[in-house]
Design a protein around this ligand. Sequence first.
Ligand code: NDP
Length: 297
Amino acid sequence: MTIGKIIDGKAFAETLRGKVGDGVIAFTAKTGRKPGLAVVLVGEDPASSVYVRNKGKMTLAAGMESMEFKLPASIGEEELLDLVEELNADDRVDGILVQLPLPAHINEASVIGTIDPAKDVDGFHVVNSGLLATGQDAMVPCTPLGCLMLLKDELGDLSGLEAVVVGRSNIVGKPMAQLLLAENCTVTIAHSRTRDLASVVHRADIVVAAVGRAEMVKGEWIKPGATVIDVGINRVTDTEDGKSRIVGDVATAEALAHVRAITPVPGGVGPMTIAVLLRNTLVAAHARAGLAKPEGL
Ligand code: NDP
């Protein structure tokens, strides 16, 4: 039995962060200032706090300016929108990221819609999703762009391949499908109402699973030789020892007998997200300074 390759997202992300670091040095030499990323955290959700802390650390490690704004969960929407406006107007800020989810009394769409699209390094603003959907230069959401980088690194030209994206969120599934379409894949988007998901997945040369259900995609669903990108992050508790661990949306151990290559969870897509966030910030800084997009990114 042949065993597929495990794609090392951690190593790829490290290389990408290194390239971003070199780009930051060059940008700073040209402009006399560092690219800046502002991250806004509302409330004290433990997972969000960890993400924000990691983003801050990695931003500094890449040689950029990191600005963190921690606001109480009780903050009003107006006050949050005022902060976003201030960051829009601040020349030191190239990228603005408002950590989601926001408390229920705040309208996420209004907050995202207030971010200057040129500083929208998460790529969630409708201007950016519209640009992406119409095949124009856009700020692309970090996770799907990271998935695409891993796919291109593994497969080279994706043209003509059958791609199935499981999940249709605005953050992962939909932009992932747009990116694959732009690479000339034949794209199917599956979701919770899809009939016979197993046979839909089975026709794919590329499977991207972004569902949020532990090991839902079974090994036998995968077409032999397909490449699988597992975006899911699911915490499960072992019945035997009661310990919890993180698994993806794909039953990786089973899938390994079928795939050409697969991303592990953890260590696959996860590390790519922050690396692409830094990349997007550097790209935004170049655009704002009237400089050409940095090469190799
Ligand atoms: P959402 O909950 O927003 O979307 C989940 C999607 O999965 C929906 O489109 C839903 O369909 C679909 N779905 C749910 N159940 C099924 C089913 N039984 N069969 C087929 N499709 C189904 O999640 P996100 O897109 O935000 O995230 C997906 C996963 O990726 C999560 O585990 C999340 O933690 C992870 N993630 C990881 C990141 C990383 O950095 N590695 C970044 C972002 C997310 P419908 O629309 O019909 O409800």
